[in-house]
Ligand binder design. Structure first.
Ligand SMILES: Nc1nc2c(c(=O)[nH]1)N[C@H]1C(S)=C(S)[C@@H](COP(=O)(O)OP(=O)(O)OC[C@H]3O[C@@H](n4cnc5c(=O)[nH]c(N)nc54)[C@H](O)[C@@H]3O)O[C@H]1N2
Ligand SMILES: Nc1nc2c(c(=O)[nH]1)N[C@H]1C(S)=C(S)[C@@H](COP(=O)(O)OP(=O)(O)OC[C@H]3O[C@@H](n4cnc5c(=O)[nH]c(N)nc54)[C@H](O)[C@@H]3O)O[C@H]1N2
Ligand SMILES: [Mo]
Length: 654
């Protein structure tokens, strides 16, 4: 496949260790004894008994109010058949509570949607021709390796790589320049940069006139943002802002790689909205090697409604936000009585883990977990079902970082008694007496329904050919500048500096800066008690909490660590290599201090997501994070989190 050119990341290169791991769940299991790590034991049962038990419990709850049943799933697999098809049909028909799946990217998606109209951007394959690449809140060496190879190619051709990140991550240390704003302040930086570009007349007046909306209004807004103001907020120098603006404004082919890191803050939606105005201001979209990339997913016009069948819903079940699972399990009315988890490990990945775990511990909650491994979440399951890995099932994949459609063909038969998600929901539907014909669709039929016929950019693709060939590029030009002539998927067809859609939703119609929820500016009292901003971004050898149980990945990642600046460490008497306690009002965990100038002062970083039970004292980064939601898209605010740190020697539990 051209985009990866045969290169595997460190995790997938060892995927066989995962598939053939001796720790896999091979059979359905039923709990005996209490909930929680080390509390109960599991005994093997048959699939019939497991499915009958689940169906009986669901029927009983549904006879009173099916909203007492909550599905919980995210990105264990992102193949569309096993991510969102038969499962959604099943829960729609059942009338279960709806889950708002916003734990990852929804703030950024709404933000970029206001400016550009959808999750669309430049073609990453054109990046090698860029002259300046801005890697903004992103760590592609770790999280997007194949994009990084294209940055290296661009550099061989003379491009300059600039990183904007409070943390000198594995990517930043390979860039030519590092700008380190305080977490959550990127919008202030972008506004000041645009201020300079406009006042120095570095903008592309022709592109702005023909392909943007609301320049006059934005110009007035930018007058409020001299570099001095932003420098103060971002904790960087005026010169850094002015120099960046001049470089960006005078370079033709500029590519911005935003990732989702910077939208995991209260103001994350507005930050993405504001930053994504930049390439239209300078006309960078004119060239295929210019523009901005957050995600490419909306270039895929797949038929999600055919897969998920929202028409099976009767009435409007309540919505529960996945970022506030703890509150939902402890407080929702009517209560959540049954939880069905698949493709996710919420005990480790959901914010405010102590609340999540308190909810999962409820003896009256009936919890099913469909999993490959006995994760932290399985410790609270009544029934565990064995799931297949990517090598054992059929699926169809789109991407958020390139423009190919991919078929996943199984390489081996399922290991043990593992079954794919879609198959389990077909079996459960039968047990529940759902006779709608859509519950008989097999995986190939589902993939075919997703592709449909003659849909945009999918013109020439059909499932059988895709299965035989493995991949196909979307039906778009090979050197593609999607917005060279405007044509943004916004209501006006222009890049919207002024957004009526935002205004109608009661949001600021212009680019703006929304400060973090937890920072000295917003909450000085909290910041006095917990003065450090805490970021827990992806670790190189884990994929969220996946792989974090495999010996090879744990050896490479070594220990749950906390990077802390020498000034902050000195103030607290923390020495390099010693165990520290990191805490706030929500919880605490233990990490090993790495004293380093790779983080800016006032910020601490812990590459994540470790399993709780494989950590130093049974907690992980999410013992600290909050359930508060973003300004747009009701997303998670993992990196909007104040903490304090102190030395705390411990003997590790394992
Ligand atoms: N190895 C690996 N790869 C992964 C994942 C993984 O867990 N492991 N996860 C996958 C998933 S689910 C996702 S969503 C993606 C993307 O996941 P992202 O969360 O975008 O992760 P990164 O690319 O690591 O970029 C995060 C960077 O944002 C920085 N950051 C945090 N707050 C701010 C801020 O306010 N401003 C700025 N400028 N920077 C900030 C962090 O310091 C970090 O360097 O990665 C995917 N790829
Ligand atoms: N502190 C902190 N927390 C975060 C983040 C962060 O940066 N910092 N990142 C957030 C982000 S971006 C995301 S996307 C979420 C991700 O959160 P999750 O989507 O929960 O991701 P994983 O931790 O990888 O857990 C997925 C689980 O699904 C299982 N699985 C894999 N394939 C299948 C399958 O085919 N069927 C079934 N039934 N199970 C399967 C895996 O074994 C794994 O245990 O975490 C979020 N949490
Ligand atoms: Mo994610």
């Amino acid at each position: 496949m051209p985009f990866t050119a045969g290169t595997l990341c460190t995790k997938v290169a060892r995927y066989l260790d995962r598939t053939y791991s001796p720790d896999r769940v091979l059979y359905p299991l039923r709990r005996r004894g209490g909930k929680g790590p080390g509390q109960g034991t599991f005994e093997r049962i048959g699939w019939d008994e497991a499915l009958d038990t689940i169906a009986a419990r669901f029927r009983e709850i549904a006879s009173e109010d099916a909203q007492g049943i909550l599905p919980y799933s995210y990105a264990g697999t992102m193949g569309l058949v096993n991510y969102a098809s038969m499962d959604r049909r099943f829960f729609h028909r059942l009338g279960a509570s709806l889950l708002e799946r916003t734990i990852c990217s929804s703030a950024g998606k709404v933000g970029i949607g206001l400016t550009l109209g959808a999750s669309v951007g430049m073609d990453p394959e054109c990046v090698p021709d860029a002259e300046m690449i801005v890697i903004w809140g992103s760590n592609p060496v770790v999280s997007n390796l194949h994009f990084w190879s294209r940055c290296l190619e661009a550099r061989r051709r003379g491009a300059r790589l600039v990183a904007i990140d409070p943390w000198r991550n594995d990517t930043v240390r390979r860039c030519d320049q590092w700008i380190a704003p305080r977490p959550g302040t990127d919008a202030a930086f972008a506004l000041a940069v645009m201020h300079v570009i406009v006042s120095e007349r570095l903008y592309d007046a022709d592109y702005v006139a023909h392909h943007t909306l609301g320049f006059a209004a934005m110009r007035r807004r930018l007058e409020e943002w001299p570099p001095e103001r932003a420098a103060e907020i971002c904790g960087i120098s005026v010169k850094e802002i002015v120099d960046f603006a001049c470089d960006y404004g005078t370079t033709k082919r500029t590519a911005i790689r935003l990732n989702y890191g910077l939208q995991r803050h209260h103001g994350g939606g507005m930050a993405v909205r504001t930053i994504s105005c930049l390439p239209a201001l300078t006309g960078a979209w004119r060239d295929p090697a210019g523009g901005l990339l957050l995600g490419t997913s909306d270039f895929y016009d797949l038929d999600h409604a055919a897969l998920e069948r929202p028409d099976l819903l009767r009435g409007e079940p309540r919505k529960i936000n996945m970022c506030a699972l703890g509150d939902a399990l402890l407080e929702a009315e009517p209560p959540v009585r049954a939880l069905y988890v698949y493709n996710s490990n919420p005990a480790a990945v959901a914010p405010d883990a102590n609340r999540v775990v308190a909810g999962l511990s409820r003896p009256d909650l009936f919890t099913v977990v469909h999993e490959i491994f006995l994760t932290d979440t399985c410790d609270y399951a009544d029934i565990v079902l064995p799931a297949t890995t990517q090598l054992e099932h059929v699926d169809l994949h789109k991407s958020y970082g390139h423009l190919y459609l991919l078929a996943n063909n199984p390489a081996i038969a399922p290991v043990g008694e593992a079954k794919p998600n879609a198959e389990v929901f077909r079996l459960l539907a039968r047990r529940m007496g759902f006779t709608d014909p859509c519950f008989d669709d097999d995986d190939d039929t589902l993939a075919r329904q997703a592709i449909g016929k003659g849909r945009r950019h999918l013109g020439g693709i059909d499932w059988d050919t895709l299965k035989a060939d493995g991949w196909k590029r979307l039906d778009v030009p090979s050197r593609w500048a999607p917005f060279a002539q405007g044509g943004f998927p916004t209501p006006s067809g222009r890049c919207e500096f002024y957004s009526r859609t935002a205004e109608e939703q009661g949001l600021d119609p212009l680019p703006a800066y929304t400060p973090p929820r937890e920072c000295p500016e917003t909450d000085p009292a909290l910041a006095t008690r917990f003065p450090l901003q805490f970021i827990s971004p992806p670790a190189r050898h884990f994929l969220n909490s996946s792989f974090a149980n495999l010996p090879f990945a744990r050896e490479l990642e070594r220990e749950p660590r906390l990077e802390i600046h020498p000034e902050d460490a000195g103030l607290r008497g923390i020495r390099d290599g010693e165990t520290v306690r990191i805490f706030n009002d929500r919880g605490e965990c233990r990490l090993v201090a790495h004293v380093t100038a790779d983080v800016r002062p006032g910020v601490v970083v812990s590459p994540s997501i470790w399993w709780r039970k494989l950590s130093l004292c049974g907690g992980n980064a999410n013992s600290l994070t909050s359930q508060a939601l973003t300004d747009m898209g009701r997303g998670a605010t993992f990196y909007d989190c104040l903490v304090e740190v102190m030395p705390a020697p411990v003997t590790p539990v394992d």
